[in-house]
Ligand binder design. Structure first.
Ligand code: CAA
Length: 263
C-alpha cells in the first residue's frame, strides 16, 4: 500500500489516508487501496475502526482534481461509482467507523466522513462541498448524505453556494459530534473506539445494521428490522453473559463481554 496505513491496537483498527503532499486527496489508487484495506480487516478481532488523514492540516481535501480534469462523461460517471462503491462499503461496514477529521474535509473529504458512523473533528477542521466552483456536482455521495445528515436547506445552501464551514459551525449543524484541540483528536477517537469495542460486538453490529437499514425504509418496516436484529441477540453468548452478570449483580463481570461469536 502506498497511500493507506492500517494498524490494529486493542481491537481497534486505524486507517490513515496517507498522501499528505496532496492533502490526502482521493485519486483512484487511494480509493482502490482503501477498498482493499477494508476487505482485509479481520472482523473476528477488530470491533471498531477509526478513519483519519496523515498530518495535522488535512483529513481529505477532496477527490483528486488533477485526475478528474481530463475525464470524459463516461469516465466521470465511472469515477463517481468507484468512490460511491468504496464509501458505501464503509457506510455498511459491519463494525462502527469513527471519522477523526484532522483539518480539511472538502468535497470527497466531507463525503467520506459522512459515510462513517460518527464524526469528530479538530478545531482546525473545515468542511464543505466546493464542487460547483469546479463545474461539477458533489460526486461521492455528498448530494445525498449531507441532506440526510443536516437539514436539506442547510445542505442545499452549502452545496449551491460552495460555502465551506469551520468546525464550530459543523458542530452547530450536527455534522460532527464533538470538536477537540488538534492534539486531543486521536486520543479522543481512540477513547470512544475503546468504549465501543468493550461492548457486546454482535449487539453493536446489530445496532448499526438496524439504524442504517431502518433509515432507508418506513417506520413500520424499520421496526420489523429492529425486532429481527433484537431477536437475533438472544442466540448469543453475550446476551446470556450480560444479563446473567446483571442478575448476579456482578458489576465487574458485566464489563467482561465474551468474545465475538455467532455472526
Ligand atoms: N486534488 C488534487 N490535489 C490537491 C487537492 C485536490 N482535491 N487539494 C489539494 N491538492 C494539492 C495541491 O494541488 C497542492 O499540490 P502541489 O504542492 O503539488 O501544488 C497540495 O495539495 C497543497 O495544496 P495547496 O497548496 O492548495 O494548499 P493550501 O493550504 O494553500 O490550500 C486547500 C488548501 C484550501 C484545501 C486547497 O488545496 C484546495 O482548495 N483544494 C481543493 C479542495 C477542493 O476543491 N476539493 C473538492 C474536490 S472535487 C471533489 O471532491 C468531487 C467529488 O465530490 C467526488
Amino acid at each position: 500500500m502506498e497511500f493507506i496505513l492500517y494498524e490494529v491496537k486493542d481491537m481497534v483498527g486505524t486507517i490513515t489516508i496517507n498522501r499528505p503532499k496532496a492533502l490526502n486527496a482521493l485519486n483512484s489508487q487511494v480509493l482502490d487501496e482503501l477498498d482493499a484495506t477494508l476487505d482485509a480487516v479481520d472482523l473476528d478481532t477488530v470491533r471498531c475502526l477509526i478513519l483519519t488523514g496523515a498530518g495535522d492540516k488535512s483529513f481529505v481535501a477532496g477527490a483528486d482534481i488533477g485526475e478528474m480534469s481530463t475525464l470524459t462523461k463516461a469516465e466521470g460517471e465511472a469515477f463517481g461509482k468507484k468512490g460511491n462503491d468504496v464509501f458505501r462499503k464503509l457506510e455498511t461496514f459491519p463494525i462502527p467507523v469513527i471519522a477523526a477529521i484532522n483539518g480539511f474535509a472538502l468535497g470527497g473529504g466531507c463525503e467520506i466522513s459522512m459515510s462513517c458512523d460518527i464524526r469528530i473533528c479538530s478545531e482546525n477542521a473545515m468542511f464543505g462541498q466546493p464542487e460547483v466552483g469546479l463545474g461539477i456536482t458533489p460526486g461521492f455521495g455528498g448530494t445525498q448524505r449531507l441532506a440526510r445528515l443536516v437539514s436539506p436547506g442547510i445542505a442545499k445552501q452549502m452545496i449551491y453556494a460552495a460555502r465551506n464551514i469551520k468546525a464550530d459551525e459543523a458542530y452547530r449543524i450536527g455534522l460532527v459530534n464533538a470538536v477537540y484541540p488538534v492534539e486531543e483528536l486521536i486520543p479522543q477517537a481512540e477513547k470512544l473506539a475503546a468504549t465501543i469495542a468493550k461492548n457486546a460486538p454482535i449487539a453493536v453490529r446489530n445496532c448499526k445494521k438496524a439504524i442504517n437499514d431502518g433509515l432507508q425504509t418506513d417506520m413500520d418496516n424499520a421496526l420489523v428490522i429492529e425486532e429481527k436484529l433484537f431477536g437475533d441477540c438472544f442466540e448469543t453468548e453475550d446476551q446470556k453473559a450480560g444479563m446473567g452478570n446483571f442478575l448476579e449483580k456482578d458489576k465487574e463481570k458485566k464489563l467482561k463481554v465474551v468474545p465475538f461469536k455467532n455472526c
